[in-house]
Design a protein around this ligand. Sequence first.
Ligand SMILES: [Zn+2]
Length: 309
Amino acid sequence: MDLVDAHFPDSNRNAEKMARLAATSYTELGFDSVMPVFSIIQESSALGCDIQWEEKENWPTVRMNQPIWSEPDDIKIPANLLTHPDTKCVLDAIKLLRKEFGDEVAIIGKTMGPWSLGYHGFGVEKFLLMSLDDPGKTKLCLDKMKESTIQFGRAQIDAGADALTLPDHATGDLVSGEYYDRFLRELHIELVEKIPIPLILHICGRTIDRMDYIAQTGMAAFHYDSKNDPAESMEVVDRRISLVGNVNNPETLYAKGPEVVREEIRKNLAAGVQLVGPECAIPLQTSIENLKEIPRAVREWHQEHPSLN
Ligand SMILES: [Zn+2]
């Protein structure tokens, strides 16, 4: 943010600043992808949620005091979903990045999955309680909310994205693998069909118990958390899907030095993981040196293993 004078919260709401900040992952850090959708609430703002935009040091969040939905019938995808300033900003930022960088670097967008939208629209606790009490009603809600995922995803393809992250927070500490199978496996297969671009599913936490189901969805990749061992995870997904991520945020990237970052990268590459990077949204105070170590360690590993290039 300081390097290019594009700070939160403006860079979450202004397309030019959003593109400028996203570009730094390529121009300053040396990654081979840029990702302008920093937050997880852009479309929730367009859906009507009250957003706490925060300041420079914090990620924006949905204010949970007044959920916008309580019944399936309340869920309406507004006609201006894609022209609302907080979604249009993302589409414009992707266009700007495509214009500036062409095919030089991968441009990754993001569309939130219906499970995450449920947390934002109903409140986390209310949505989880509904899933326990009334699975049928929950499925009906998911089915309505998925229209946002599809519309926003397709619009980002049109804007020029190469791939999309699809976070759907059926996280390890909140729900089980069996839940993923019951509520999300088929829905994710449908999203893969309806959003024709490589999709990178993101779920935080320990997710080994659902990786077999995830590997059946046709998602291009699964962005996975450091709570999962790379080799064990690769064994479960068994080449059906790529894995990405895994570098620990709160301890390694935030609090340790480049040598620990390098170790985690090498552990992933040795296990055959195809894409490496932070496991989730990085703490905003993460040091630049730790982030630069990620592409540096990847290049070093490939120099040592030329036969794999
Ligand atoms: Zn996450």
